[in-house]
Write a protein that binds this ligand. Structure first.
Ligand SMILES: Nc1ncnc2c1ncn2[C@@H]1O[C@H](COP(=O)(O)OP(=O)(O)OP(=O)(O)O)[C@@H](O)[C@H]1O
Ligand SMILES: [Mg+2]
Length: 873
């Protein structure tokens, strides 16, 4: 055997493993230079050619495998190949179960002979299934549906061999073992494990171990695509079935058992119940894995209603309904981000068994360095400030870029002929054509991971679309940009810090010195993802970065799929430095502007176990609002709650960020502090006694609601009288209270509204005031006093009220305020003098308008233009 033969054999073996038909492979190998890609391309093209666009014949070729020679010839002789549907094929397939089993007995023998080039008929199928690492014995037993016998008591050893062989891992992680044990015991399982911890292996191994098919429900085409590609590389055949695929060949092959793992979107699986039941009877289904299962939760209802309909899986694949099953086919639900409420919702809405095994690992990712920065997010000036470091990082080794960086960024921006790079080609064009509506997304894609994309004529509403939500300007103030550095995660065990001391900046500094080396240094250069809420901004920020020589690419669901695939590829191959993406990149999440969303995004970082930065850019000077949408009252409240949690995460200055995040998911954070985040490193700000300010505010609120003289504070009486005697049905908001305090009390005349807003938030958290409005808000809006608040007013004045000022309070006390003219807004437009001054200033700031040319032709495309043309006549 010469070298070429070996190569060809390897290719053949790989392709057979993937589920291709041997005759196709041999034909292709004869026709083209034997490289994996060439052969795949050849087969797929010829299958399209032969089918004249229809895919049935390629399915039948696969059936050739499944059914054995006799089945194929019967199909051919009947001449009904094109008319048969999947179920009919499968009926035939099950009718030939025996011949299938017979073939299997010789699996290992036939594989050997096959590699020598003596391949014939029935053996083809057995070869294909050796890809599942099934010894002849195991597969025989599997055919008789007795899982215990297949898997045996030494399953751990078998699994370790399998994962070593396919993935190069030495053993399962602890949580993966637990999940496997549950599956072997036919139990449903809910897996809650951090991003990048290795959840996928939990459902991939059962496919290898049992030889049955694993069906994975996943919310995003890009996710499915990624995973299929990876599995292909590891010698495991897989395909993905998105919604609306016009070419059904992959689907038909999948339903005939051609792939070890089938990825499918929730919309599609709902219409595949019958074929899947047949598949369960023929090849067998090891389990249904519901990945990113938080999409099931009712709070994600808007996002993926079909996830909730997955409850049919339980009934449709129960032993009670399918007589050939000994046990219900287990459900495995997996997510990295589910709060306790969401978990309950998942179990209930998927009708998971009461004995569902719940496997939870720590949400803590010890190599992620969290921080929050103030940003005016989408403004150009904020790009300059926010990404200066990033640009420097990626361009410092390139002379040309270096020059540019030294230039004034603004003037460089104006220079439209700035350097650009390959990855942004066509970007200007995209910018021109960009669409910002939510409702009319439509991108195309197709399914089989080894199927060459049938680009033409496919117009499919894909999954990214739904989560790639466009936000309006107001929403930009929330969490707006998160940047994470990424790489591959190689499963380093978490490093835990124990014996941490109590908070305090001095202690923290010292602790920082004690941290292991890894955590003291800089993040190694690796790619960065910048998550951004609007599609429009993915383009503008990419353009901005490219001009400075950064290899950046935009990613949002509206961009052509060829571009998106290219971005994925270049990102994985480290050819891109920065991907500027909407949530469509790399995950399925149900809500933007939530800590779940942020933690998912951050979870893309540091997957190689190395230090990675997760920076959240927030406009701390503005309160975020929700976009109007058709939510129920309950959903609106929940959406506000999520937004509020997220807002508070940004505002907090005294609690470790990792702790806040991990506790948000209901986990007790054992080590108190992560010793990495900005708060652990910089320490909390100086603690302040705000007894006077808090008393004035609570007193004013109490007075408005008729509780007078709770405390004889040194507040200007005018301020209290202002609210006295007013109609109590009127609910003053926090701004009204703050304005009044500033106007009436010279000590606080220079104080800023956002400082008072911060204080009100703290008072609300302490339970001294509550919101008098039924509608939820991100933070208190119409404050009312509580009993605790009234008691607080009765406390001794010289008893201090210590607080850590929060981020917005600190921002408002800076001498140079990094936000525009906020303080004057609190004074209110109601004051005629202020109003006059403000309008005057605005007028002065306005750019002088160009003098209207009398001879200018009216624009007849506008109503105004047509009217003016009419009047001119
Ligand atoms: N047993 C193992 N031993 C070593 N590494 C492993 C093991 N299992 C998984 N991994 C590593 O974990 C990486 C991430 O796995 P995976 O994509 O399954 O994460 P995930 O938990 O699904 O994350 P996400 O929530 O982001 O989807 C893999 O690429 C692999 O490097
Ligand atoms: Mg995953």
């Amino acid at each position: 055997m010469d070298g070429d033969d070996v190569t060809s054999d390897q290719i053949i073996a790989k392709l057979v493993d993937m589920g291709f038909d041997i005759s196709d492979i041999t034909e292709a190998i004869k026709a083209v230079r034997p490289s994996l890609d060439n052969v795949i391309e050849y087969i797929l093209n010829s299958s399209h050619r032969n089918n004249g666009g229809a895919s049935t014949s390629s399915t039948c070729l696969m059936n050739n495998n499944v059914l054995g020679k006799r089945a194929t010839s019967s199909l051919q002789s009947s001449g009904r190949m094109r008319q048969q549907n999947i179920t009919e094929h499968l009926k035939l397939a099950s009718g030939h179960k025996r011949s299938r089993t017979r073939g299997l007995c010789d699996a290992s023998v036939s594989k050997t002979s096959f590699l020598r080039g003596h391949v014939e008929g029935p053996e083809v199928f057995s070869i294909m299934n050796t890809s599942s690492d099934l010894s002849p014995e195991t597969f025989m037993v599997q055919s008789s549906c007795n899982d215990e016998e297949i898997i045996g008591f030494d399953w751990e050893k078998k699994v370790n061999n399998l994962i070593q062989k396919h993935f190069g891992y030495s053993s399962l992680k602890g949580f993966q073992k637990e999940v496997m044990a549950a599956w072997i015991a036919h139990q449903d399982c809910l897996v809650l494990a951090a991003t990048g911890s290795g959840k996928s292996l939990c459902f991939q191994v059962p496919a290898l171990l049992s030889g049955k098919v694993v069906v994975v429900i996943s919310p995003l085409i890009s996710l499915m695509h990624d995973q299929c590609l990876k599995l292909g590389k590891h010698g495991i055949s897989a395909c993905f079935l998105g919604s609306g695929q016009l070419d059904k060949s992959v689907e038909m092959k999948a339903m005939c058992g051609a792939y070890n793992i089938i990825y499918v979107c929730p919309e599609t699986i709902l219409r595949l119940m019958k074929p899947l039941q047949s598949l369960a009877e023929t090849r067998g289904i090891a389990l249904f894995a519901i990945d990113e299962v938080h999409c099931v939760s009712k709070w994600g209802h808007d996002f993926r209603p079909d996830y909730r309909r997955l409850s049919v899986l339980r009934e449709s694949f129960s032993a009670a309904n399918l007589k050939f099953l000994k046990y219900d086919i287990p459900l495995m639900a997996l997510t990295a981000t589910a709060t306790i409420g969401v978990r309950e919702d998942i179990l209930k809405s998927l009708c998971m068994s009461v004995e569902t095994k719940i496997v939870i690992t720590s949400f803590f990712r010890p190599n992620l360095r969290f921080s929050v920065k103030h940003s005016r997010t989408s403004s150009l000036s904020s790009y300059e400030k926010d990404f200066r470091e990033l640009i420097r990082l990626y361009t410092q080794n390139e002379k040309s870029a270096k020059k540019l960086i030294c230039k004034d960024l603004e003037s460089s921006l104006k220079n439209s002929s700035g350097p650009s790079n390959g990855s942004t080609s066509g970007l200007d064009e995209m910018c021109k054509n960009e669409v910002h509506d939510i409702d009319d997304y439509d991108i195309s894609d197709d399914g089989g991971f080894f199927a060459s994309p049938n680009e033409n004529g496919l117009s499919v509403q894909y999954l990214e679309d739904d989560c790639d939500q466009v936000q309006e300007v107001d929403d930009l103030d929330v969490t707006e940009i998160g940047t994470v550095s990424c790489g591959e995660f190689c499963g380093q065990p978490p490093i835990y810090f124990n014996n941490c001391e109590t908070p305090g900046s001095r202690n923290i500094l010292r602790q920082a010195e004690e941290r292991p080396q890894l955590y003291q240094g800089h993040v190694e250069e690796g790619p960065t993802i910048i998550y951004i809420p609007t599609r429009k901004e993915t383009l503008s920020l990419t353009k901005f970065l490219s001009r400075f020589g950064v290899k950046a690419a935009a990613y949002n669901a509206k961009l052509p799929k060829t571009h998106l695939r290219q971005v994925h590829k270049e990102f994985h191959e480290d050819e891109l430095q920065v991907v500027v993406a909407t949530v469509a990149f790399g995950m399925g999440i149900d809500k933007a502007n939530s800590l779940e969303a942020y933690y998912q995004e951050a979870g893309r970082a540091g997957r190689d176990g190395k230090l990675a930065d997760c920076v959240l850019y927030v406009n701390l000077s503005r309160m975020p609002t929700l976009l109007p949408s058709q939510r129920s009252v309950e959903q609106t409240k929940q959406a506000y709650k999520m937004l509020s949690d997220c807002f508070r995460y940004g505002m907090k200055t005294s609690c470790c960020r990792a702790k806040m995040l991990v506790e948000y998911f209901g986990e007790e954070f054992s080590q108190e502090r992560c010793l990495l985040c900005d708060i652990c490193i910089d320490g909390p700000p100086e603690i302040q006694d705000v007894k006077v300010e808090a008393t004035i505010l609570v007193q004013l609120i109490a007075t408005h609601y008729g509780y007078e003289n709770c405390q004889d504070v040194s507040c200007d009486d005018d301020a209290i009288h202002y609210f006295k005697g007013r109609n109590l049905t009127e609910k003053p908001n926090i701004r009204a209270f703050a304005s009044r305090i500033r106007e009436q009390n010279p000590t606080f005349a220079a104080s800023d509204l956002i400082w008072w807003r911060g204080l009100a938030r703290i008072l609300e958290d302490r339970g001294f005031i509550r919101d008098g409005d039924d509608m939820s808000h991100v933070q208190i809006k119409f404050p009312e006093p509580t009993d605790s608040g009234l008691r607080f007013l009765k406390s001794e004045l010289d008893q201090p009220f210590h607080v850590y000022p929060e981020a917005d309070m600190l921002l408002s006390t800076k001498s140079h305020k990094p936000y525009s003219g906020f303080s004057e807004w609190g004074k209110g437009w109601a004051d005629p003098e202020i109003r006059r001054q403000r309008l005057e200033r605005r007028r002065a700031q306005r750019k002088p308008r160009k003098p209207k040319s009398r001879n200018r032709k009216p624009d007849l495309s506008t109503v105004r233009g047509r009217l003016s043309a009419k009047f001119k006549k």
